[in-house]
Each structure stands twice: as C-alpha cells, then as structure tokens.
Design a protein around this ligand. Structure first.
Ligand SMILES: *Cc1c(COP(=O)(O)O)cnc(C)c1O
Length: 708
C-alpha cells in the first residue's frame, strides 16, 4: 500500500492519462462520486480520498495490478523504439517546433481553454506526442480558470468564477540547465512585467505556460494572466506580448533551440519580432535579414474567416507598446508598426497581429479547403499584384485526436475488427475499410449502449437544472431513449444560428412530437461572458424548457465543456451544424461524433464542404449563398426542415430488420466511418503540418540541419 500511493501519483504527473481511459477508470473506481466532484482530476482524487478508503477500494478492484500495468505502458510510451516522427521528422533532430497558442484544451481539469481553438491546440499536442514529432507548446496559465455557466430564473447565462488550484495539477516550475526555476520578463509601457515559467507534460510533449503571479509584479500585472480573453484592448495586447515575446524568451531560457515557430492564430505574432530581435542583438545580424530569416522558419495558421474577427489594435495603443521591440530590432518604430498595417504607409491605421503574422511567415495556412479560398480572397489586398489563387495561404484541414474523443466501447469494436493496433495506422484508408465487414447488429448495439449512457447523464443534469430553476419535474423524464436524438453544442454566436430550427415553432412541434417518429433535440453551449447577443440566443433556446410542447423533447444542457462535449459526441445519433456559410472555418465537433458512429447533418461549410460525398452523412442545402442574409437564413431553415422530415427521420425509423435495426441508417454509419475517420483525425493533420510546412520551414531556419 505505501508503494501504491507514489505509483498512483506518478501516473497523475503526465497528462497522458487524459487520453487513456483505462488509466482514468483506475481513479474513477477508487470513488465514483469523489471522481466527479474532483472534475475527473486524478490528482484531486488522490488529495481528497481517505487513506483507509483508498486501501479498501484498491484491494476490491485490483488497483495495484492495474497501476503496474499502466505505469509500464506509460514507460514504454515515453521511451519508444521507433515512431512516425523519427522516420519522417528526423531532420528536425533536437530542434523542436515551438507551437504558440493563446489557449490549450487538454482536459476539463486544466481550465486554460475556451473553445474550438484551444481544443484543436490540445489535440495537436497529443497527436504530435503519439507520432513522436518533436514539438513544444507555449501558452499562458490563466490562474482564475473558467467561469462556469449557470442559468438564472430568467434563463440568462450567469458566469460563475470557478477558482482552481494549480497544486491540483501536475504543473512544475520549468528549470534551466542548472536546475534554477526560470522566470522571464517583458517590457510593457513604463514597467517590466515578470512571469514564472511553468510546465506540464502531455505525453512526450512539454507544454510551457507563463504566469504573471510573481512577487515583483504590480497587482495589476499579476492579473494579466488571470483570465482568457478577459479585459479590454490594452489587456489583450499585453497578453499577446507576454505570450509572444515572453514565450520566445522562455524557450531560450530553457535552452530549447526551436527550429520553427508555429503560430496557431495571430495572437502570438509578436514572437516573430522577438525572435528577430534576438538575432540582431545576440548575433549582430542585419535587421532586415533577421526578419527574412525569421519568416523563412515561421508557420502561421489562421482560423478566422471574417475580417472583423481579427484582433485590431488602435494605432496609438500599438505605438505605445512596440517601442522596446522596435529599438531592439534597430528599426524605426513606424516601420515595425507598418508590419501590422494592411497598408504600411497608412500611418494612423490599426495594427493587426494577423497582418504581422502573414507578413513575417513564409508559410501560412487556413484550416479547411473552403477556408483557404475565403482566406486568400480576404487577404488578397495584402499582396497587391497577385491573383487571388496565388495568395500564399494554403490549407491543412483540422482533425481530432481519436483517443481523446472515442468511447471505450467503440474503441473495443475497432480493436476487434480493424485490428488491435489500428490506432497506429489511423490515417490509412484500408484500416477503416474493414468497418464495412462489421455486423450491423454489433455496430448498432454498441451505439445504443453509448446512447443510453448519454441520455442518463442528460436527464440527471436536466433534473438538476429544472429543480434549481423551480421548473416542474417532467414525467416521464425528458428524451425518449428510443427516439432519434440530434445534438447541437457549440459556442452561441449568431453566425452558428443555434435558433435556426426555431424560426417555425409549429413545424418544429410536428417534427419532434410526431406520434410514430419522435425526435429528441439536445442543445448545449455558452456565450462569451461579455456577449449579450449570444446570451439572448441561449435564453431563446432555453425558453423551450418551459414550453409544454417541447420540454420533454428538447433540452438545454448547462455548462458545455470538454466533459459534456465528450458525452454528447459519444452518445448522440446525429449532430447538427448549421452555420452561415462560409463562416465556419472548419468545425471539429462533427468529426468527434463521426468517430463514435454518429451521423453529421451540416451546411456545406468548413470541413463538411470537402468531406460530404452524398452518402456519408447529410448536407443541408447546396452550398450556394444568397447575398441577403435574411433570405439565406430562410432558405437554410427550409432546407433543414425538409432534410430532417424527408430524409433523416425516415432513414432512422424505416427499413428496420426483424430485430429492429434500421438498415439504411447503419449502412450510412459505416460509410461515414469508412470515408471520414482516416482523413479527419489529428494524426493526419499533424503529418500534413510536418510534411507540408514544418520540414520545409525548418530547412529555412538559420542553424545547420543535422544530417538525416
Ligand atoms: C470540439 C469542441 C469544440 C469545437 O467544436 P466546433 O465544431 O468547432 O464548434 C468546442 N468546445 C468543445 C468542448 C469541444 O470539445
């Protein structure tokens, strides 16, 4: 027993457990209730559990043997004989990719993400780890963590700050080669701001996080890393300087000699200026040459398909903040500011980190094929003289980290039919072709197990919400477990149109309350704390909780996060995505659903524009767009209703075999898995980044490449 606790602690130290269900269940089996109270965080479970209970439970559920097995697996994982990265990215040698991002979504217990961008970054680190690609993540540690979403009796989103303790996370101070904790500082107007450098281990990958809670800082600067996307423009530019400049300095202080800087979204663009500044100061390089060299070794990924969505700092705010960098770069301040202006000679105009990133990265990419087209058009004016097709922004379509999002049950099914080692060959079409040989009964029944679990979870949550809001209990409980269940969960913003189905409540009533073919709808999502338009959308959807026509068929689940998401993606029959085209740069939630045997119902936008083939899910509309948005909304609502009424619902209920399995639906599940799983996973995404962007950029980086 005395040896067990240190072993359990050892398992908690590497976030590898976040994608190892068999490790997570060790902690869950110690105490189910405690596990959920502790936000599924193994370290908190160990802290909270009574020693005698630990001893008792450990013996009951074979914990010691399971722990030994997990530790051995972890050890093997960390010391691989060979990996994809060794074979394909060996040229990077000891010079990793530095991957900068404002947020990282790795697990619900590490609250430094807000949504899709962060989850994507988390999935990128995990896949890089699995593939053995040398990469270091660089981000900020938001010490106030999240707000959690609670509806009040007006069904208005309240944002409750949920403090968290970094002592509950496997976070350590990063140390230099002498073992001393590293701290960095960044010049901000009138002061020097300091940041501690912490790190967490994500499998084989280090994630470095800057935290301004250090003694030397003014309290105002301590709050610089309090919250993600909080505060005003000034706070935002200072956070971005901290991430970019501080992050680049942290890498140097740790002796990490990065080959390529990959900026995941423009927030970290200042890292490129800092990298050039250092070449000029430390190596005496000529300023413009240094900028060229930095650009050659930079990769920039843009995620925002509308210009208004990009950060845009007023000229004077940028001027106030960029003085020290300009001085270090030995360039006139106005020239440095010009790097962030659409037109460098337009002196009073705004400074856009995205523009800086585009000008200072030789390689840039969008996150789906369609988003590539949109981005080239949007930024064409930055490249006068180039035709739209020639604008140097390519695309790498996003993918999701399979082990993070896949249910244990589907994993078992895949292991049994695709081969036990299928996770090592995720990107091969022939791996997934074998899904066609799985019996329909087995696939369908597996899905029913997942669905039952998800519906149970939703009902429990819904009952709690209703009780808190003083709404009457519903009997029978909401959501008929045999009904087609469609999910919609994402950030609530107008362009995603969470209310598209509510444009015709009578038609919605007929759809969901059909006597023989009922439909359940599950909504979840948050609005940014400062976004009242988004909160009004939530209120509009949540109102149906009170409506006797809908309250047993339509639910709104509070507090969408990684955990709620995981349960929905795994247990839902179909996933609805109805954004205004082409505003969804990629979208990834639908990919998580597909892996778990759900079908995607989507506008032909983002990844679906390149993924849909006519029989691997459902497409709403034709992909044409009307210039008048109101008309477009109307058309899309009509197309969506018709698709549901005439295709989706009949396919789910009709053509059932003697044991009640819907043949066409299950066939479509197989087509969906066969044609989509190999393409839209994070291994394929990271492999594309390595082959198309990292390796070419690394050749352009200054230092000699080691021999292959
Ligand atoms: C996958 C995911 C997202 C992103 O999904 P989109 O389809 O891009 O909206 C957001 N939040 C959570 C919790 C997720 O798991």
């Amino acid at each position: 027993m005395n040896k067990l606790i240190p072993k359990l602690q050892k398992l908690t130290q590497n976030l590898w457990w976040t994608w190892k269900p068999e490790v997570r269940t060790i902690f869950r089996d110690l105490d189910l209730e405690l596990y959920h109270k502790a936000h599924q965080n193994p370290m908190s479970v160990l802290k909270l559990i009574q020693p005698d209970q630990l001893e008792q439970r450990a013996a009951d559920v074979d914990i010691p043997a399971r722990v030994d097995r997990a530790l051995r697996q972890l050890n093997e994982y960390l010391t691989p004989v060979t990996t994809w990265g060794l074979t394909h990215a060996g040229a990077l040698g000891s010079r990793p990719i530095a991957y900068f991002c404002m947020e990282f979504g790795i697990h619900e217990s590490l609250p430094i993400y807000s949504g899709g961008l962060g989850i994507l970054a988390g999935d990128h680190l995990k896949a890089a780890s699995d593939l053995g690609v040398p990469l270091v993540g660089v981000g900020l540690l938001y010490h106030e963590g999240y707000t959690s979403q609670v509806l009040n009796t007006d069904l208005w989103q309240q944002d409750v700050v949920e403090p968290f303790d970094i002592a509950d996370l496997p976070m350590v101070h990063a140390v230099d080669r002498f073992g001393a904790p590293v701290q960095v500082s960044v010049e901000l107007p009138g002061r020097l701001v300091h940041a501690a450098v912490l790190e967490v281990q994500v499998g084989r990958i280090r994630l470095i996080l800057l935290d301004t809670r250090v003694k030397q800082n003014d309290p105002k600067d301590v709050s610089l890393t309090a919250r993600l996307y909080g505060g005003d423009q000034r706070m935002r530019i200072e956070q971005e300087l901290l991430l970019g400049v501080g992050g680049a300095r942290a890498l140097r202080a740790l002796g990490i000699n990065a080959s390529v800087f990959h900026l995941n979204e423009g927030h970290s663009a200042f890292a490129l200026l800092e990298r050039a500044r250092h070449r000029i100061q430390a190596d005496g390089m000529e300023p413009r040459l240094a900028l060229q060299e930095v650009a050659a070794a930079a990769v920039f990924t843009t995620h925002t398909p509308v210009e208004a969505g990009h950060d845009r700092f007023p000229a004077d705010l940028a001027a106030e903040h960029l003085g020290p960098l300009a001085e270090g770069l030995k360039l006139p301040l106005d020239e440095v500011l010009g790097l962030g202006r659409v037109n460098p000679h337009d002196h009073g105009s705004a400074f856009l980190p995205t523009v800086l990133a585009l000008k200072l990265s030789r390689r840039a990419n969008a996150v789906s094929a369609l988003h590539g087209v949109v981005s080239r058009k949007m930024w064409n004016h930055l490249f006068p003289g180039l035709r739209e097709e020639a604008v140097p922004i390519g695309h790498v379509t996003n993918g999701v980290h399979l082990p993070t999002w896949l249910s244990t049950e589907m994993n078992h099914l895949y292991e049994a039919h695709l081969g036990v080692a299928y996770q090592g060959a995720l990107t091969r079409p022939d791996t997934w072709a074998k899904i066609m040989d799985v019996s329909s009964a087995e696939l369908w029944e597996t899905k029913q197990v997942l669905k039952a679990r998800t519906i149970r979870f939703i009902r429990e949550r819904q009952a709690q919400t209703r009780a808190r809001l003083g709404l009457p209990e519903i009997d029978p409980a909401p959501l008929d477990p045999d009904a087609l269940t469609i999910g919609f969960a994402r950030r609530f913003v107008p362009y995603k149109r969470p209310d598209l189905l509510f444009t015709d409540l009578d038609r919605l009533d007929r759809l969901v309350n059909h006597p023989d073919r009922p439909v359940n709808l599950v909504f979840s999502g948050r609005a940014h704390p400062a976004d009242n338009t988004g909160k009004a959308l939530i209120q509009k959807v949540a109102r149906l909780l009170e409506d006797p026509r809908f309250r047993h068929r339509i639910v709104f689940l509070e507090n969408y996060n990684i955990r709620v998401g995981r349960l929905l993606y795994q247990g839902i029959d179909a996933w609805l995505n109805n954004p205004q085209r082409p505003l969804e740069a990629c979208g990834t939630s639908g990919m998580k659903v597909v892996l778990n045997g759900g079908l995607h119902i989507s506008i032909r936008d983002g990844w679906w524009a390149e993924a849909y083939n006519g029989h691997n899910g459902f497409a709403i509309g034709t992909g044409e767009t009307h210039a008048n948005q109101a008309i477009q909304d109307q058309r899309d609502a009509e197309d969506l209703f018709r698709l549901l009424e005439e295709e989706v619902v009949p396919m789910y209920y009709e053509n059932r075999n003697s044991v009640g399995i819907p043949r066409c639906w299950v066939d479509r599940m197989k087509q969906s898995i066969r044609t989509l799983a190999w393409r839209f996973n994070a291994d394929r995404m990271v492999q594309n980044y390595v082959d198309q962007l990292y390796l070419p950029a690394a050749v352009g980086s200054s230092c000699q490449m080691p021999p292959p």
